[in-house]
Every structure is written in C-alpha cells, then in structure tokens.
Design a protein around this ligand. Structure first.
Ligand code: UT7
Length: 331
C-alpha cells in the first residue's frame, strides 16, 4: 500500500513584488477588476534569478527543514513548464547546486498539475523501496512567457518555487490523474527557436496555428474555456480519489487546490459540498505560479504549524494539457 510523509518543505519567492496597481501603470486594468475576478492582489516576478536557481533555493530550504542532508536524497523529481534549458533537466541542475550527489534525477511537465504528478511518481518509487528519500521540487518562472499586452492572461501569473522532501509512510495514499487532450485551444506556450539547419523547413501546420507574433512567443489562453474545465476537473478529481480511498469530503481535514482563480476554487468547493474553512487559499499574494502553487501552500501550512500528524489531506490540481489530478494522503 502506497503512503507518503512530508518531512520538510521550502519555498523561494522572487524579489520583485508587483501589485495590481503596479500593473495598471502600463496596462488597461485596475485593482478592482483583478481582485474581484480572480482574488489576486499581487504576485512576484523573478527579475534575474533563473528558474533552476529558484528551484535550487526552494530545494535547499526543504532539505534543511526536513533535516535531510543533500547526500541522503535518493531521487529529485522536478516539475516545470517554464524551463530555461531543453537539457540538462532542471532536476539535474538542482542536484548539482545543492550537492545531492547520490540522487537520480528526472523532470516532468504536466503544467499546473505537475506537483501532483511528481508526488504520484515519487510515491510509487517509495513503495518499490529502492529510494527512501525523494525531493519533489516545482519551479516556474512564467513572467517571460506571458504577453503583457494580453490583460486577461498576464494578470493571473506569478513566479515561484517550492519543494517537499518525502519518505514512505504506512498510512495509505490514493491518487487519480487524468488528461483531456487539447489541440492548442485552451492553453499553450510555443517554444520559438531560431535555427540554421538548411534542411529544416517551416512547418505549415504550426504556422497556421502560430499566425501572429504573440502566438509564437507567449502563453495563449482561452480563459473561459480553462475556467469551465477547471471547476469540473477539480470536482471530478477529488470525487474519484475519495472514492478510491473509501472516504467522503467530511473525512478530509484539509484541501489544497491549485491556485488559479479564487472563483474556480469557490465553485468547485461548493459543487463538492466541502466546508470552505478546510480549503487553503494563498492566491491573494502569490497569484498562479503553476506547479509551484500547491507546494507553496504546503510550506505556508507547515510554517504555520497547521500540517498535523494524522491529518487527511487532499491535493488537487489542473492545468494545460488539459491535465488534472488529486492525491489524498494521511500526514
Ligand atoms: O492554471 C490554469 C491557468 N488559467 C486559468 O485558470 C484561467 C481561468 N480563467 C479565468 O480565470 C478567467 O476566465 C479570467 C480571469 C481569465 C477572465 O475572467 P472573466 O470573468 O472570464 O472575464 P472575461 O474574459 O469574460 O472578460 C470580461 C471583461 C471583458 O470586457 P468586455 O468585453 O465585457 O467589455 C474583458 O475585456 O473584462 C475585460 N477584461 C479586463 N478588464 C480589466 C479582461 N481582463 C481584464 C483586466 N482588467 N485585466
């Protein structure tokens, strides 16, 4: 039977805090619209720290919090949909920076569902018994991918990194992962690259999709489409995972959802009949940091002393892909 215990958590929050009023200085928007439609008051951007360094700082903090020396880590799984390098993988760069010399590495990308996917993979390695201590780190530097001429999408995102060190527990854990293939309609970000290979031609099918500079260079989102998907995906993922666990929403002490929009969280919470007091939200100051949202919440809760032994916790996320998933575990 799979089970996980969170030994320690860590975050890295980039230095530049940008409020809604700051955005309204160069964009046709205002604090009232952003806060009432999304819950977001501010976000942080990494002006100069690259994504893998953000990840490494969160990873180091998590290892310290767990009381685990970097050499004791057996595996690092990194989640990012905003890598700065195709290779080496971000987990390899983190391994090198923090000195986790004995750790194997791998990256995954299921966008905002990334932390859920990574913990699900980690739990299976822990169950197998080969790896005893696994670091899962999620890090996203989305600010260079966002089109600041698109006021509907750009206001939603922030940069951030967060990590957790986990080991096997004998208390059961259940998970559910899902994907609904989306052909470039709801949410995508193309990797635009120059090349000098004389044999490589422009791809007409891609050109038809990427028919403007913005589509070639920046995150593209159908806000309403994602919103509709998200409410349903969150409710479905929680319901399916609880069914596997033989539990009901009343048995859950804490729900940690992906922080995309306060209204998505509230609608899904209502649909599930969950007491809103059990649902943790920190979107106000962080905005949507994609796969880093859920571990950032975990770190907040751990620092506040609210992650207690024996608690039944539900993590739930959704994102580009369109992916979604949930995990229910007992801490
Ligand atoms: O991790 C997953 C990532 N993505 C998401 O979670 C996205 C989910 N979707 C959403 O959160 C919402 O759909 C948005 C926040 C993106 C948009 O909210 P909405 O309530 O769906 O607004 P809307 O697109 O229907 O726009 C309503 C109005 C429009 O004006 P008109 O046409 O009614 O005159 C927009 O032009 O609000 C306008 N608008 C803005 N006004 C001020 C759109 N963005 C802004 C803005 N400031 N930033």
């Amino acid at each position: 039977m799979r089970g996980i215990k969170i030994l320690g958590t860590g975050v890295y929050t980039p230095e530049t805090k940008v409020t809604n009023d700051d955005l309204s200085q160069f964009m046709d928007t205002n604090n009232e619209w952003i806060e009432s439609r999304t819950g977001i008051r501010s976000r942080n951007y990494s002006a100069s720290v690259p994504n893998h360094e953000m990840a490494a700082m969160a990873a180091k903090a998590a290892a310290e919090d767990a009381g685990v020396a970097p050499e004791e880590l057996d595996l690092i799984i990194a989640s990012t949909c905003s890598p700065e390098f195709f290779y080496p993988c971000m987990s390899g760069l983190v391994q090198n920076i923090i000195g986790a010399v004995n750790a194997a590495v791998m990256d995954i990308n299921t966008a905002c569902t990334g932390f859920i996917s990574a913990v699900d993979i980690a739990s299976r390695y822990l169950e197998d018994g080969d790896y005893k201590k696994i670091l899962v780190v999620a890090s996203e530097r989305l600010s260079p991918h966002v089109d600041f001429e698109d006021r509907s999408a750009s206001i939603l995102f922030g940069d951030g990194a967060a990590a957790a060190v986990i080991e096997k527990s004998h208390k059961p854990m259940y998970s559910y992962l899902s994907a609904k293939g989306d052909p470039f309609e709801a949410l995508y970000c193309y990797v635009n690259k120059e090349h000098n290979c004389p044999y490589t031609k422009e791809n007409e099918a891609l050109n038809a999709i990427m028919d403007t500079e913005a589509k070639k260079n920046y995150l593209q989102m159908d806000g309403k489409g994602v919103y509709k998907f998200a409410v349903d995906a969150m409710a479905t993922a929680v319901t399916k995972t609880l069914a596997k666990a033989g539990l009901t929403t009343d048995d859950i002490d804490l729900v940690i959802p992906h922080q995309a929009n306060i209204r998505i969280i509230q609608s899904a919470t209502k649909a599930l009949g969950i007491n809103p007091e059990k649902v943790y939200v920190n979107i106000y100051e962080h905005a949507n940091t994609s796969s880093a949202c859920i571990p950032t919440c975990l770190d907040d809760l751990k620092k506040e002393g609210r992650l207690k032994e024996g608690m039944k916790i539900c993590l739930v996320g959704f994102g580009a892909g369109l992916t979604s998933g949930a995990i229910v575990f007992e801490q």
